[in-house]
Design a protein around this ligand. Structure first.
Ligand code: FAD
Length: 469
């Protein structure tokens, strides 16, 4: 370990992101002071004082690095010397193709590694305001349950619209799984708008029978309740669709499913009874979100019910919908590519508060923030992972890849995101070639091959980025 004469980086929050950020910075030779409030003040979800506590499931999801985007990010994090992944691997429990862990063993291992690191000091205290100026390099990694005083200070600095206390997630669909023989591109009343073409939305038409069957399914669908401490987060502007359906059969037809101003390009003479609209979600155009479809339906019910919509019968969901208590900032406008707050260089954000979602994603953004801050402290050039890697694609999404809709200047269109293949740039044309000796090469086979090629490219580019190729 060298360079311990350097000034410390202050990291606020010792969860998945803060612990990983502290480890990465310290391993790079930079001292860290990690401020964690548990031990002095708890949250509504954490039960222990351990660092990197898993607040709910004990799963890090798929560990398949050959054809699953979560598995790819695991592999990249291992290549980058991730503490979270090392402790997860050490405390793995049997879970088929998933990486699940003994939660206590995992958290204890992270806590021990952090506490024993000669360059890391852990202080148990709540940080109640923005880091003081003398903490010139700092990372806020306080997660979805950031304490109210700090959240208020962040809101004051970033603006009311830029900090959300609840998410309202509409499902996101992989564009190439939408049936364009049924759907068509059109903006309502062909409006071009400031940045559009008049054909900005993908529209799915429903006739009266299909609409009624869909409403019945929504009303009967199995929904998840809110936890007592979450309160009732929704207001009339962002009701879950199943709640709208319960309020009256016609409510959705006069709301997010209204057919006005739309003509079915495949059948112009028949007016659709209702229309579901999907809006481009990322600059790559590989993902579209279902407009106004925030929901508390269980994941299994969502996939089944949404595939009843004509054109979405084979939809592959990059993310399903949800509504949760969640503190997160509007990263695409607030942060630069190295996760620094534009309004205060040197102050970074990491973890779920940046608008990524999930244990692994939070830890991965912590990994990047720790490395970026350490490089800055050592006067080195900050090296951003290429967007072809899982780490780079997630970073790219939260720091700019997501499209902020002109129709939603209130910025609510930015919702928390998991890692998924829709965030990666497309392969070079001609990359997907029918293997020799195979008679039928169907859409599903092509999708699997595409994922395998994107995964292999990601790992290769990640090794190059880390200088480990
Ligand atoms: C109830 C709930 C259930 C979830 N379930 C899952 C799940 O099953 N699977 C999944 O992948 N993801 C889940 N998530 C989402 C998310 O991935 C986790 O919350 C994850 O822990 C986020 O990592 P993080 O490091 O950003 O935040 P956290 O792990 O929450 O860490 C933030 C830390 O900051 C501390 N802190 C907060 N404010 C301050 C302050 N002012 N000063 C000092 N310290 C502070 C907290 O005590 C905490 O230790 C869930 C989230 C919630 C809220």
């Amino acid at each position: 370990m060298t360079n311990s004469t350097l000034s410390p980086i202050h990291i606020i929050g010792g969860g998945l992101a803060g612990s990983e950020a502290a480890w990465q910075a310290a391993e790079a030779g930079v001292p860290v002071i990690l401020h964690e409030m548990r031990g002095v003040r708890g949250t509504d979800a954490h039960k222990t004082d351990g660092l990197a506590e898993l607040v709910c499931s004990n799963s890090f999801r798929s560990d398949d690095a050959t054809a699953n985007a979560v598995g790819v990010i695991h592999a990249e994090m291992r290549l980058a010397g991730s503490l979270v992944m090392a402790c997860a691997d050490k405390h793995q429990v049997p879970a088929g193709g998933a990486l699940a862990v003994d939660r206590d063993g995992f958290s204890e291992a992270v806590t021990a590694a952090i506490q024993q690191h000669p360059l890391i000091t852990v202080t148990r205290e709540e940080v109640t305001g923005l880091p003081p100026e003398e903490w010139d390099l700092a990372i806020i990694a306080t997660g979805p349950l950031t304490s109210p005083a700090l959240a208020e200070a962040i809101r004051e600095k970033t603006g009311t619209d830029a900090l959300a206390f609840f998410d309202a997630i509409a499902p996101i669909v992989h564009t190439d799984s939408i049936n364009m023989d049924i759907c068509w591109f059109q903006s309502r009343y062909d409006k071009v708008g400031p940045g559009g073409t008049g054909k900005d939305y993908i529209n799915c038409p429903l006739d009266e029978t299909q609409y009624n069957a869909f409403i019945d399914a929504l009303i009967e669908g199995d929904a998840v309740g809110f936890k007592e401490w979450e309160g009732t987060p929704y207001f009339d502007g962002c009701l879950p669709i199943e709640v709208m359906a319960e309020r009256g059969r016609e409510t959705l037809r006069h709301g997010p499913m209204k057919p006005m101003g739309l003509t079915n390009a495949h059948n112009p003479t028949v007016k659709p009874y209702a229309v579901v609209q999907l809006r481009q979600d990322n600059a790559l155009g590989t993902l579209y979100n279902m407009v106004g479809f925030q929901t508390k339906l269980r994941y299994g019910a969502q996939a089944e019910i949404f595939r009843m919509i004509p054109g979405l019968e084979n939809a592959e969901f990059a993310r399903l919908g949800g509504l949760h208590r969640n503190t997160y900032i509007h990263s695409p406008t607030l942060l630069d590519r190295s996760l620094q707050l534009r309004a205060r260089p040197g102050l970074r954000f990491a973890g779920q508060i940046t608008g990524c979602e999930g244990y692994v994603e939070s830890a991965s953004i912590g990994l990047l923030a720790g490395r970026f801050a350490a490089a800055q402290r050592k006067g080195e050039t900050i090296s951003i992972p290429p967007a072809t890697t899982a780490l780079g694609s997630l970073l790219n999404h939260i720091t700019g890849g997501h499209i902020v809709s002109d129709e939603e200047p209130g910025k609510r269109s930015f919702q928390p995101m998991n890692i998924n293949f829709g965030l990666f740039p497309e392969l070079e044309p001609g990359s997907i070639v029918k293997p020799e000796g195979i008679k039928r090469f169907r859409g599903k086979d092509k999708t699997i091959m595409k994922r395998q090629l994107i995964a292999a490219r990601a790992l290769e580019h990640c090794k190059t980025w880390l200088g480990a190729a």
